[in-house]
Design a protein around this ligand. Structure first.
Ligand code: NDP
Ligand code: 2IT
Length: 446
């Protein structure tokens, strides 16, 4: 950190002292970018950081809906349109009880740099609601999504702001949201991504985040002439991202031995493959928040209230949620000789955990670099929609692979440029920041 970053961070803390998650994500980026701020004074002279930390706009709105008993329920909806110098605001919607404006700003800030790293034309945004989808009927989910879209539709558009899924929002929710947008506006357009294949979706979008994470791990392992084959893999979560990771690791000959949920984790030493992967998907679709169902069915060990990082492995993929791996977990993994830690979830490692991992002798990749495959595939979906075309599965997979390799090489080379060889956290923050900051300079004050 230097005087400039310290000052901007101090002012931000004074202005939004309650936005802890948001301050965490800003601090995480700021701690890397001092060398580039010192190298190019135009950033400071043009107050680029001040321009970046205040979103273009934050929209917060009431979402009233009726439950199956006819009672009126009220939730809060958010859409934070952070920055569009590189393209339409782009980022997911999260439906989870824990959602606050601070969490949405935190994820939106991350998204700016993640999207920049893809090399594609997408700006940064994020949204969601404190609505809890767990235990809700299909009808209740539809009621909620329709009411949410009644307000959101005023702010989004295929060339302005394009939401997608995140925790609690998958193809079903995107469908209800898209249907309502179409009814309100008469427009069938690529206003949301993650759509069903028959009505504007792209091949591989459901798998893309997880596949991209594994492709990134592969690129890192290539540095030591290694690959995924025969690697022992620990995964957390059991949602969309975890599913994509498990599928791709199996395909490449690795073995995944854990999954986790809010209730604890399961350890299956024989590997989660074949019909067990289908069971994982079904478990998710039931809307049940228990991973224990897996251990009940396959008679494997369930660790109640525990996290999977105690299981020795070659590669760890945290794929559940933010701050799910702390410094003690990180130390345990390194002690057990983990080779790679690759983030599927957004900000899964605490700040002190990240600092420890950056200095440990392992390959460690931050989410904004390695989980960008989802949003990259979303951008492919926008391109297909704009042309009223479908690309084949192979075409999408090839492009996804290219984007992940591009991100990897960019992070690696940027770290090397600043004498931080192998530090992907530094490389990702600096390369992402540089593309956005230069675009702001080129385009003039917003
Ligand atoms: P899902 O809703 O499909 O899955 C989230 C998973 O994490 C669920 O299994 C959920 O269980 C579990 N979970 C939630 N809280 C906890 C917790 N405290 N401890 C353990 N498990 C928990 O979401 P996604 O798979 O889409 O998202 C997972 C992560 O990946 C998030 O950080 C998201 O931001 C990130 N991401 C998602 C992308 C996408 O395209 N979907 C793209 C890039 C990143 P439960 O719901 O029952 O609480
Ligand atoms: O965190 C993320 O990158 C996502 N949830 C995906 C965003 C998108 O627009 O596809």
């Amino acid at each position: 950190m230097n005087a400039y970053t310290n000052n901007v961070l101090k002012l931000l803390k004074e202005k939004y002292p309650w936005e802890k998650e948001y301050i965490q994500s800003v601090s995480e980026v700021f701690k890397s970018i001092t060398p580039i701020l010192n190298a190019k004074m135009e950033y400071q002279n043009n107050r680029i950081l001040e321009q970046l930390v205040e979103p273009d706009r934050s929209i917060s709105f009431r979402v009233p809906w009726k439950d199956d008993q006819g009672r009126i329920q009220i939730n809060t909806g958010y859409r934070v349109e952070f920055n569009n110098v590189l393209g339409p605001y782009k980022g997911g919607l999260r439906f989870h009880v824990s959602v606050t404006l601070s969490i949405i700003k935190c994820l939106g800030f991350e998204q700016i740099f993640k999207n920049a790293l893809t090399g594609l034309l997408i700006g940064g945004g994020k949204g969601g609601s404190d609505f809890n989808p767990r235990g809700k009927s299909d009808n209740e989910i539809m009621n909620f999504c329709q009411s949410f879209m009644l307000e959101l539709s005023k702010h989004i558009g295929a060339n302005t702001d394009v939401p997608a899924g995140d925790i609690g929002v998958g193809t079903r929710e995107v469908g209800y949201l898209f249907g309502m947008y179409r009814r309100i506006t008469k427009s069938f357009e690529g206003v949301l991504t993650g759509k069903g294949l028959e009505w504007g979706g792209s091949y591989l979008r459901p798998e893309a985040t997880g596949y991209g994470v594994v492709y990134f791990a592969e690129e890192m392992l290539k540095n030591i002439n290694d690959n995924i084959e025969d690697k022992l893999v620990v995964v957390s979560g059991f949602g969309n991202v975890a599913w994509g990771v498990v599928k791709k690791v199996n395909e490449l000959g690795g073995k995944v031995v854990t999954l986790s949920g809010p209730d604890g984790f399961i350890h299956d030493p024989d590997g989660i493959s074949g019909e067990k992967v289908d069971f994982m998907l079904r478990m998710r679709l039931t809307g049940n928040d228990r991973v224990k169902d897996y251990s009940d069915k396959y008679k494997v060990k369930f660790y109640e209230g525990k996290r999977p990082w105690i299981i020795p492995c070659d590669i760890a993929f945290p794929c559940a949620t933010q701050n799910e791996l702390d410094i003690n977990d990180a130390k345990q993994l390194v002690k057990n000789n983990v080779k790679c830690l690759v983030e599927g979830a957004n900000l899964p490692v605490t700040l002190d955990g990240m600092e420890f991992l950056e200095n440990a002798d392992i390959f460690y990749a931050p989410a904004k670099a390695c989980n960008a495959g989802g949003v990259a595939c979303s951008c492919f979906e926008m391109a297909q929609n704009a042309n009223f075309m479908h690309w084949t599965e192979d075409e999408v997979d090839t492009k996804l692979h290219q984007v992940m390799k591009h991100i990897h090489d960019q992070c690696y080379e940027t770290a090397q440029e600043f004498n931080k060889k192998g530090n992907y956290v530094f490389g990702a923050n600096v390369a992402g920041f540089r593309r956005v900051a230069d675009a702001i300079l080129d385009q003039g004050m917003a």
